[in-house]
Design a protein around this ligand. Structure first.
Ligand code: GDP
Length: 194
């Protein structure tokens, strides 16, 4: 995808806050600090479009970004941050599940996991939701620059096994080297076109 324009549209916690469901939507989910903001920023060629989640105490929001006037990227709140207040943690499940289960124009969810970690129960829960609601998923394995080729293959096998993935549901990525950028876009576009 040749991104010529990317802009913040709006943010909110519930359907009344969402923008009109006029464009195909791709949502991004993952554990806090996994590299979600970095992935979106690389995809849209904009260093600071999506800010990183360094202040986890605030109410978390769903953020909508329009790309080329033709596609919406949706940054879902990250999960699994130990320091998040309980009240904020409790809001996360209903907020995200409501979005996933009610958004008619949602065409794909990108679930981001770290190449160095075993996927968590929350990662597994996210995939279960996507399967339950029949939403196509792409698992992007990020921070690949941090491991050797051998380590990558070993960890990929762990991730595939833990999440029960087909090989074509997964793509490797690095925000540092930008490895995988074109492939992630190509996979997203193929899923939206299917
Ligand atoms: P978020 O909380 O999921 O949005 O995560 P961020 O995008 O803010 O990334 C969290 C930290 O990981 C930051 O310090 C990033 O610079 C770093 N990071 C993100 N992606 C990569 C990557 O692909 N490679 C490396 N080496 N660091 C990354």
């Amino acid at each position: 995808m040749n991104v010529t324009n990317a802009e913040f549209v709006t943010s909110g916690t519930r359907p009344a806050h969402y923008p009109p469901a006029e464009l195909p939507e791709v949502a991004f989910a993952g554990r806090s600090n996994v590299g979600k903001s970095s992935l979106i920023n690389v995809l849209v060629n904009r260093k600071g479009l999506v800010r990183t989640s360094s202040t986890p105490g605030r109410t978390q929001l769903i953020n909508f970004f329009r790309v080329n006037g033709s596609l919406m990227l949706v940054d879902l709140p990250g999960y699994g941050f130990a320091k998040v207040p309980l009240a904020v943690k409790k809001e996360w499940g209903p907020m995200v599940e409501t979005y996933l289960s009610t958004r008619p124009n949602l065409g794909c969810v990108v679930l981001i996991v770290d190449i160095r970690r075993v996927p968590t129960e929350e990662d597994q829960l996210m995939l279960q939701w996507l399967r339950a609601y029949d939403i196509p998923a792409l698992v992007v394995v990020t921070k690949c620059d941090k491991v050797s080729k051998n380590e990558r293959a070993r960890q990929a096998a762990v991730i595939i096994r833990t999440l029960g993935l087909a090989r074509d549901e997964m793509a490797f990525f690095s925000a540092l080297s930008k490895e995988g950028r074109d492939e992630v876009w190509a996979r997203i576009e193929a899923i939206l076109a299917a």
